[in-house]
Design a protein around this ligand. Structure first.
Ligand code: C5P
Length: 232
């Protein structure tokens, strides 16, 4: 399993995405396609990006009954993505069904990553709306362990949590970490952040970086800086 920088391509149209990707002539970034672009452009956007030679993390965060998730995962797997994700809150039955659907006839499959609790869910909502009385870190770690026991490959988490996740779920359990900013750049709406170099130090396996690259004056230079800090 290789460490890599995943670029969160949060664009609203294929045109904007391709203008962005056309800049990258040497190293082709691992691309994250999220709900907005997928719902706007359909599965064709995945095929088109794949044809350009990029690896793809399809970030659709599935959460439904096991049978529906299994059949949906079969479709996503046939799109030949490299990584996709589901909500651990769907329970271990749903996670196992997702794995089954994702596994191709030859036994290969994309990496499957769990979302534990969304970072937008605060402690108050956890208790008052979701009626979960345990502290957030305990909930996150318990969901991560369920994902591991269900056979998933890893979790999305803050780089600040990467070491703890590796400690309780093992070093081979992948941590995919958004919330990355350069030391000298704008933090934006992210709160719990690390630099690419710090994320490397913390043991993150993949960093997910959006605006520090997509909104940079020179996106290729910003991407290369991430690669230098995180991988090289
Ligand atoms: O632009 P920025 O670097 O903040 O983008 C981070 C990406 O990671 C976005 O696509 C965002 O939706 C995603 N993400 C996140 N925090 C999470 C899960 C996903 O920022 N907990």
């Amino acid at each position: 399993m290789g460490k890599d920088v995943i670029v969160a391509c949060d664009f609203s149209s294929a045109d904007d995405l391709f203008v962005f990707l056309d800049r990258f002539r040497d190293r082709k970034p691992f691309v994250k396609i999220g709900m907005e672009l997928f719902y706007a452009e359909g599965p064709q956007i995945v095929r088109a990006v794949k044809d350009r030679g990029h690896k793809i993390f399809l970030d659709l965060k599935l959460h439904d009954i096991p049978n529906t998730v299994k059949k949906s995962m079969r479709v996503l797997s046939s799109l030949n993505v490299d990584m996709t994700n589901i909500h651990a809150a769907g329970t271990s039955a749903m996670m196992r069904a997702a794995l089954e659907g994702l596994t191709r006839e030859d036994g290969t499959r994309p990496l499957l990553i769990a979302v534990t609790q969304l970072t937008s869910t605060g402690a108050d909502a956890l208790k008052d709306e979701l009626l979960i009385d345990r502290p957030m870190d305990e909930v996150v770690m318990s969901y991560a362990k369920n994902a591991k026991l269900s056979g998933l490959d890893g979790v999305v988490c803050s780089p600040l949590e990467a070491a703890v996740v590796h400690g309780s779920c093992g070093g081979g359990f992948i941590t995919v970490t958004p919330g990355v900013r350069f030391a000298d750049s704008d933090v934006g709406d992210q709160k719990r952040i690390m630099t690419p170099a710090q994320a490397k130090e913390a043991g993150s396996d993949y960093i997910v970086v959006g605006r520090p690259i997509t909104a940079a004056d020179d996106p290729v230079a910003a991407y290369n800086r991430c690669v230098e800090e995180f991988i090289d």
